[in-house]
Design a protein around this ligand. Structure first.
Ligand code: PLP
Length: 285
């Protein structure tokens, strides 16, 4: 079920009625999936790390050859969309399209309710199913037209991977390169703990530079936990003492099973809990 819409603001129109259409059918976003987006979490009416998300939106737009979004105008638009008493904790999407004939871009900020069940999933932990991409990490990174690390709205492949993982009995997918190197989830970065050190796949594997990932690097430094990034094979995660994912909406999500087998004792661990606490503290600061 789609989450309840709390507010919609469109560049050039301000706050608008979300039940009315605001995109043309010949917008290239609709016809060819040529649009970029950001999803971020709103805590008590305030968007978390909006400037970092807008910078990434601009980088993604550049790779797709879209007009550059006006970050100041989008910041004001986000402010309008959130200036409502009923917006507390929510999901904010900022979308920038190629436009009709790729000349009339549309920018909008859509605020929806948080999905249900996040805290139950955090308490129980989730299961990941690894899915191998038919391309090597180096080839993927060397093929900018495959959009590695870009947040375009062409997320059908990512959503299909989640659907496949669920069909196989897991909660989410974990992408591996052709050589079996761990990359990321369809909508999250992944982490594991080994001998007290926190590891996460390196950005030069062509994964998305998660804003939450970036925040957790700081949280770990504050907690005096060493963070290393690199190229890891799946068995490192399978043998880890803890695995978790990070993303703006689901925050730190403990992974307790991988491909049908338990991680360690099959329960969420203390490092994931500490990272989640630190993330919330950063969000509420
Ligand atoms: N990796 C992918 C492919 C994603 O789509 C996302 C977020 O949707 C992330 C990682 C996590 O990024 P962030 O922490 O900025 O939400």
């Amino acid at each position: 079920m789609p989450e309840e819409t709390l507010a919609l603001a469109v560049l050039g129109h301000g706050l608008v009625d979300p039940d009315r259409p605001w995109l043309r059918v010949d917008d290239e976003a609709v016809l060819r999936g040529r649009a970029v987006f950001e999803t971020l979490r709103v805590y008590a009416g305030r968007p978390f790390r909006l400037p970092a998300h807008l910078e990434r939106l601009t980088r993604s737009a550049r790779v797709l050859g879209l007009d550059a979004p006006d970050s100041l105008a989008l910041t004001d638009l986000v402010g309008e969309s959130l200036a409502q008493p009923h917006v507390g904790d929510a999901v904010l999407r900022v979308v920038w399209t190629a436009g009709a004939d790729a000349t009339r871009p549309v920018g909008f900020a859509l605020v929806t309710a948080l999905p249900e069940g996040l805290e139950q999933a955090r308490t129980a932990g989730i299961e990941l199913r690894s899915l191998q991409l038919a391309i090597g990490a180096t080839a993927r990174r060397a093929s900018p037209w495959l959009l590695p690390g870009v947040k375009s709205t062409s997320y059908a492949v990512n959503i299909a991977a989640q659907t496949e993982a669920r069909r196989r009995g897991a909660d989410d997918a974990l992408f591996l390169s052709l050589e079996g190197i761990v990359l990321e989830g369809p909508t999250s970065n992944v982490w594991f703990v080994e001998d007290g050190v926190l590891h996460t796949p390196a950005l030069d594997l062509g994964i998305l530079a998660g804003v939450t990932r970036d925040t957790l690097v700081d949280v770990a430094a504050d907690a005096r936990i060493t963070v290393e990034s690199g190229a890891y094979e799946l068995d490192r995660l399978a043998r880890a003492t803890e695995v978790f994912t990070s993303s703006s909406i689901r925050e730190v999500m403990p992974v307790v099973r991988l491909d049908g087998a338990a991680i360690a004792d099959g329960r969420p661990g203390p490092v994931a809990a500490a990272m989640q606490t630190g993330l919330r503290a950063a969000a509420m600061a």
